[in-house]
Design a protein around this ligand. Structure first.
Ligand code: FES
Length: 144
């Protein structure tokens, strides 16, 4: 996938980041049609040198991806497997102490880590697929 084919999500937010990070690679995480509004999909990716659980969400037709780790205590957010949205669908909610995060920015707006941000990953779409920028080490490993 060439960077020039990617439509950044949201448009323009990550201008420059696509081509400047030589150690990044775009991985296909989901089909655009696979994730309706306010749904999510978990995936594994190398972030900061270690494999971490991450998640992709569709919020109002835009895609966002974060490391699945609360800013309060380093625990996963989902209270039921792959369930990140609060009951009314406006926020991402941490299962442990109920912190509420904005899906579009990852900012915590209520709860113990208020004002902190989830670790965000770059997202882009192309040809009906949602891609996330991750470290090179996400490429398939050879058997040692
Ligand atoms: S661990 Fe998420 S709010 Fe406490």
């Amino acid at each position: 996938m060439r960077a020039t084919e990617l439509q950044l999500e949201p448009p323009g937010l990550y201008k420059g980041a696509v081509s400047s990070k030589k150690d990044e690679v775009w991985i296909a995480v989901a089909g655009v049609e696979e994730l309706p509004d306010r749904t999510s999909k978990k995936f594994l990716a190398v972030v900061d040198g270690a494999e971490q659980e991450c998640f992709l969400v569709n919020f109002q037709g835009r895609f966002y991806a974060y490391v699945n780790r609360c800013c309060h205590v380093p625990m996963t957010l989902d209270w039921v497997e792959n369930r990140f949205f609060s009951a009314e669908g406006r926020y991402l909610q941490c299962a442990t102490h109920g912190a509420l995060y904005l899906p579009e920015s990852g900012e915590c707006v209520a709860g113990p880590p208020c004002g902190k941000f989830l670790q965000r990953l770059q997202v882009a779409t192309a040809h009906g697929t949602v891609y996330v920028a991750v470290e090179h080490r996400n490429r398939p490993r050879q058997n040692d």
